[in-house]
Design a protein around this ligand. Structure first.
Ligand SMILES: [Zn+2]
Length: 334
């Protein structure tokens, strides 16, 4: 029987503690890269037209790309347990390609309306998030942006020859920063429409960066007449061709916009889905705040696409934007 002396026991115990401490320090230093899988460098940006435009009689619509974002694959498409979707995204390994961030510019005889306001250069600066450490953590680990100053919405409107004095309003599909940060570059007289349930919530939004002097027009998730497949609507123009429709789930007060051209309806559905397959299969994206509402919204969108002659535009889907530009119907039945 081997009996260790007290001093050798203490020595080996001390060595074990020493090695454990080294491992713990190493894990602390590298846990973010080990557990949270930062976006890999060097991925090229896709080649896409900066603007896709179409004319429908006296209406003209432009989809302008206000920057690029990539996210975890588990953010774009739910993987695994619905209940564990948020930690699942945080710990997921794979990132998507860079996706465009479209803003719709709708020229109507009554004025120009925007759906969302896109990125700004501030989103590339960590200090922009200093006022909100929780959101800073989310953005630094779950989203990766690219942006050129010429992509900012005020620059794009200028390039399109659209005077910002003609702007009548911006419909914020939701308050995530890639959809809202261009707003501060538009004249302060331009009202923003925000889902009533999105205004007090915080997730993914940067309330501390909302222009302080601007109070939005809040749009409730119910009330207002049905419009085609949408249970509720709020007209934006006197002729009723342009309307806001609540389409909740991605955020509690998520909004969409419907433009009826006379021959078809164009649905600007924000982040209600990332692709048509999710609409067809009612398959949730990974990042949904209210899962039941998000599923219901996919059913409404599917009904709209099948029963009404409709063209779907999603904030981050380049294929749908190109199809829109070519006048091709949305392939809901494939
Ligand atoms: Zn988005």
């Amino acid at each position: 029987m081997v009996v260790m002396s007290t001093s050798s026991l203490l020595r080996s115990f001390g060595l074990s503690i020493f090695f454990l401490a080294i491992v713990a320090i190493g894990a602390l230093v590298s846990w973010r890269s080990v557990l949270l899988h930062p976006a890999p460098p060097g991925q090229p940006l896709p080649t896409l037209p900066p603007v896709v435009s179409r004319t429908f009689g006296d209406l003209r619509v432009h989809l302008v790309n206000t920057g690029w974002v990539r996210v975890k694959e588990a953010h774009r498409e739910l993987q695994g347990s619905e209940a564990l979707r948020f930690p699942g995204i945080l710990l997921a390994r794979d990132w998507t390609e860079f996706m465009p961030v479209y803003v719709a510019v709708i020229e109507h005889p009554e004025g120009v309306f925007l759906v969302d306001s896109g990125l700004s250069e501030e989103l590339l600066q960590q200090s922009h998030f200093d006022c909100d450490p929780g959101t800073a953590f989310v953005y630094s680990h779950l989203l990766d942006f690219r942006f050129e100053p010429s992509q900012r919405i005020d620059q794009q409107l200028n390039a399109l020859g659209i005077d910002t004095a003609r702007l009548k309003g911006v419909v914020m599909t939701h308050r995530h920063a890639d959809h809202t940060e261009g707003y501060g570059y538009l004249p302060s007289s331009v009202p923003a429409y925000v889902g009533a349930k999105d205004w007090p919530t915080h997730n993914g939004a940067l309330p501390c960066r909302w222009p302080a002097e601007r109070t939005p027009i809040l749009v409730p998730e119910d009330g207002g007449p049905a419009l085609e497949a949408f249970p509720h609507s709020r007209p934006l123009t006197k002729d009723g061709r342009l309307a806001i429709v609540p389409l909740t789930g991605h955020s509690p007060g998520h909004l969409a916009v419907v433009l009826r051209t006379g021959t078809e309806s164009i649905i600007f559905a924000g982040d209600a889905a990332f692709n048509v397959r999710q609409v067809r299969e009612h398959h949730l994206a990974g990042i949904v705040e209210v899962a039941d509402a998000a599923r219901r919204s996919l059913e409404i969108l599917e009904k709209q696409l099948i029963e009404y002659r409709s063209i779907l535009v999603l904030s981050h889907n380049p294929e749908l934007a190109l199809r829109f530009g070519e006048g091709q119907p949305t392939p809901i039945g494939l």
